[in-house]
Design a protein around this ligand. Structure first.
Ligand code: C5J
Length: 226
């Protein structure tokens, strides 16, 4: 226990996470077709999609848990305006992908807002009333209203899920940690195209006494919430 009577202790690494039920939101990072399905941004970069596709049911179960609790849910989408004015050339021109951001792919223009491939996968789709944030960067606070939205709602604790662990999830979690949020990452509701990067990111997050935050599997969170 954290000492506060209204906290729920969640078994987690590196020590129990003191969840504050009145001030907790779920953040689901970039569960988009562009990262999960063939023909999207992830595949065009040459990645094996299978580790990322495998977590979809677990992310859906986590979303369902928060819906049952009627706690806030925030979904992010990595996306750019159709004119790419929010996509720096350094991002668009990096590397040698089969298709670049803004190019026409089998699911529409890669990583462009409003295109079919930019949508969140159907199983994890936002419900009416849930917050949806379009972010041009890897971190969810950069060039978005996320800070203001969380402040308005009095959120102090964030439970994270989504893809990819070491890129947009970790960047968003680090941004949140620097802003004073208590962050918990659900281990089996996040994935990388590179399992060793996921493992390293989880280690980095919870090292040095939870220097970025905590991690735990979904069953531990479900058990604590009853
Ligand atoms: C990447 C993300 N990996 N959502 N984006 O480029 O992690």
């Amino acid at each position: 226990m954290s000492g506060a009577p209204d906290r729920i202790e969640v078994a987690a690494s590196p020590f129990p996470y003191p969840l504050d039920p009145a001030h907790t939101a779920l953040v689901v990072i970039d569960m988009q077709r562009d990262f999960v399905e063939p023909g999207g941004f992830g595949e065009t970069l040459g990645n094996d999609l299978s580790p990322v596709a495998a977590i979809v049911p677990t992310v859906a179960a986590l979303i369902a848990l928060f819906r049952r609790k009627q706690w806030p849910i925030l979904h992010t989408r990595e996306s750019h305006k159709p004119d790419l004015s929010d996509c720096p050339p350094a991002k668009r021109l990096r590397g040698n992908p089969a298709l670049r951001i803004g190019d026409e792919g089998p699911m529409g223009r890669i990583l462009v807002r409003g295109e079919p491939g930019n949508a969140i996968v159907a199983t994890c789709a936002p419900a009416p009333g849930e917050i949806v944030i379009d972010k041009p960067g890897k971190g969810m606070f950069y060039a978005t209203e996320v800070g203001e939205i969380l402040k308005e709602r009095g959120i102090t604790h964030l439970v994270f899920a989504g893809v990819t662990t070491e890129v947009c999830v970790q960047t968003s979690m680090r941004e949140a940690n620097d802003r004073g949020y208590e962050c918990l990452l659900i281990e089996d509701a996040t994935a990388s195209y590179f399992p060793r990067f996921k493992a390293a990111a989880l280690d980095m997050i919870r090292a040095q006494g939870a220097i970025v935050g905590w991690t735990t599997p979904l069953y531990a969170l479900s058990k604590a919430l009853g």
